[in-house]
Design a protein around this ligand. Structure first.
Ligand code: G6P
Length: 609
């Protein structure tokens, strides 16, 4: 994954690079580094660990320069270490930061060793810097050396490159990894994401695949994949740097949990006229596409996949729209059968998840005619690739564990169910009823947030546990999966979710006094069946924690704790039941003292396979 930032300005660039790097840490935080160019040449500082460690190093060993590149790493090739941290430098002449994976690095490395290069890291990236160094000998400059080099690279990359031979200039390029150019008052910048540059500009150019950009402090020239000079549109970002502070919360995750009522409201806003959902909310051709399609195939990863699992229940149960779902990483290699009139729905917070993007491309190859993206990042690759788009308006999500992105995805998916469902078996009346349920969500979520202290008290039971089970049925089973994922991600407790009916087919063997079992038990048609499952657990001494809106006196005994959730309509309740599970995992993680916002080994945006 990794985050890159760079730029060329009149004066010292280091503060800008460091602020930018801090906002890119969600992309990885195994190591951090920067290189600047000044009269003495390239000055580079790298550390193992987070941006904070780099900041501390720079306090004791300051550097300055008006041209620079910086990087925060999520390790792929080579363990997290200072040697493997970027920038990588060849003979004090060329420095590179890279996000992506060079697939033919072994072959290039072999040739370069034969050519006398020495390798100082185990990374795939280092071959790039040596290749550019060699190309500079014959190419007549950094720009053409980079152009020559990228032709030899297989894989994915966003690159920032500078050379001591060309002070005051930077070359950047991308293929299948995101890269934006920021146009500031004092110079030009590059970054993996607009967030990194909001302190200097709100004006951006989004590079297209194959583009190479040459930057100086007062000039930007972009060349397309055929090396022709091109003009790319300048776009204004609506984000500001304030989006990225914690607003008094101890962690981004808690802030983002509490932002959900507002985020959901924003996702619903402007989509309706006279209480009727507008097809145009999904894009210009939405009406014609929705009239054409006969089925839906959802593709996503991680938490976004869980949102899709809930939506499958909604599509089929509420509207009788045939709907399938698969994790993107499996779909892309399975060679599935796909009809042209199946609408591909890709769900992604970042819009940059490599597997989801590849699955969308594969679905197109397999013959699906139309696609729709549900995404939180405008201008992301997924948004640009899909025919239709419905943006979740959660605002930037910084905590690695997804919270508000998930509930806004579910909100957006319900909007899609309404829009498509009306062409199938969803009555006008039911559509109105679902719309009303959606608009009641912010108020209902606010009520659940008031249970925070009760849930915090519950979390103490988990802090010494090694394992936990989450149970649900129907559209609440994916919510159990999401609850288990949240607990795993941030508290490192092994947690698994089961559809409650599967208990006796194996997991019941695990039940003992050390196994907390979190059960999502709304009062719906499956409650009686769920009660039997809970009795089975209780009878074997399992510790039940039940989230329900119903009185469950029949099974309440010493081993059972019940958290009463305000009653909501059953259709929408998967969204509502998500909130207490988010709070539970948050408080367990805080008690365990883990890094809530940046859990070990993970990254928010998974731009590698
Ligand atoms: C990573 C994140 C998860 C996220 C998943 C899919 O694993 O840590 O929170 O659900 O990627 O990301 P996307 O941006 O496609 O929703």
């Amino acid at each position: 994954m990794c985050g890159i930032v760079g730029g060329v300005v009149q004066n010292n660039l280091v503060a800008i690079l460091m602020e930018g790097l801090g906002r890119l840490e969600y992309r990885g935080y195994d190591s951090a580094g920067l290189a600047v160019l000044n009269k003495q040449g390239i000055r580079c500082k790298r550390v193992l660990g987070k941006v904070k460690a780099l900041r501390e190093l720079l306090e004791t060993e300051p550097v300055s320069g008006n041209t620079g590149i910086a990087h925060t790493r999520w390790a792929t090739h080579g363990k997290p270490s200072t040697a493997n941290a970027h920038p990588h430098i060849c003979r004090n002449k060329v420095a590179v930061v890279h996000n992506g994976i060079i697939e033919n690095h072994e072959q290039l490395r072999k040739q370069q060793l034969e050519n006398g290069h020495q390798f100082l890291s185990q990374t795939d990236t280092e071959v790039i810097v040596h290749e550019i160094f060699d190309a500079m000998k014959t190419s007549g400059g950094l720009l053409s050396a980079v152009m020559q080099t990228v032709k030899k690279l297989e894989g994915t990359y966003a690159l920032g490159v500078m050379s001591s031979d060309e002070p005051g200039s930077l070359v950047a390029c991308r293929k299948d990894s995101p890269l934006v150019i920021g146009i500031g008052n004092e110079g030009y910048f590059i970054a993996s994401d607009v967030a990194a540059l909001l302190q200097v500009t709100q004006r951006f150019v989004f590079l297209e695949d194959g583009d190479v950009a040459a930057i100086t402090k007062d000039k930007l020239v972009i060349y397309d994949v055929n090396e022709h000079e091109v003009v790319r549109t300048v776009k204004e970002s609506l984000l500001t740097a304030d989006f990225f502070d914690k607003s008094g919360y101890p962690h981004y995750m808690l802030k983002e949990i509490y932002e959900q009522p507002f985020a959901i409201l924003r996702t619903l806003e402007d989509r309706f006229i006279n209480n009727r959902l507008q097809d145009s909310a999904f894009g210009e051709n939405a009406a014609a596409i929705f009239n054409y399609i006969k089925a839906v195939q959802i593709l996503a990863c991680g938490t976004s996949h869980h949102a899709g699992l809930v939506a499958r229940h909604w599509f089929e149960k509420l509207a009788r729209v045939p709907c399938d779902i698969e994790v993107a990483s499996e779909f892309r290699y399975r060679n599935p059968v796909l009809a042209a009139d199946t609408l591909i729905v890709v769900i992604s917070q970042s819009g940059e998840t490599a597997d989801t993007l590849a699955a969308l491309q594969e679905a197109k190859k397999l013959g699906a005619k139309y696609s729709l993206a549900i995404c939180n990042v405008p201008e992301s690759s997924l948004v640009r690739e899909a025919d239709l788009v419905l943006m979740t308006r959660a605002g930037p999500e910084i905590g690695v564990a997804s919270t508000k992105a998930f509930t806004t995805q579910l909100t957006a998916l319900m909007l899609l169910v309404i829009a498509v469902g009306k062409r199938f078996h969803l009555s006008e009346e039911k559509a109105h009823n679902l719309t009303a349920q959606l608009f009641n969500l912010p108020g209902n979520i606010k009520k659940i947030l008031q249970l925070n202290n009760e849930i915090k008290a519950l979390s103490e039971q988990f802090s010494q546990k090694q394992h936990a089970l989450f149970l649900g049925r129907g559209s609440h089973y994916p919510i159990a999966m999401e609850g288990a994922l949240k607990l795993k991600e941030i508290s490192y407790i092994h947690a698994e979710a089961y559809p409650a009916g599967e208990l006796k087919h194996g997991p019941l063997a695990l039940i003992d006094a050390d196994m907390p079992i979190v059960t999502i038990a709304p009062n719906n048609s499956l409650l009686e069946k769920l009660k039997s499952n809970m009795q089975e657990v209780s009878a074997r001494g399992g510790q039940l924690i039940i989230f329900t809106d119903e009185s469950l006196d029949t099974i309440a005994d010493g081993n059972v704790q019940v958290v009463k959730i305000p009653q909501v309509d059953n259709d929408i309740s998967p969204i509502v039941y998500t909130i207490p599970l988010q709070l539970l995992s948050y408080h367990v993680a805080v008690l365990k003292g883990t890094d809530v916002d940046q859990p070990r080994n993970l990254a928010k945006s998974v731009t590698v396979e």
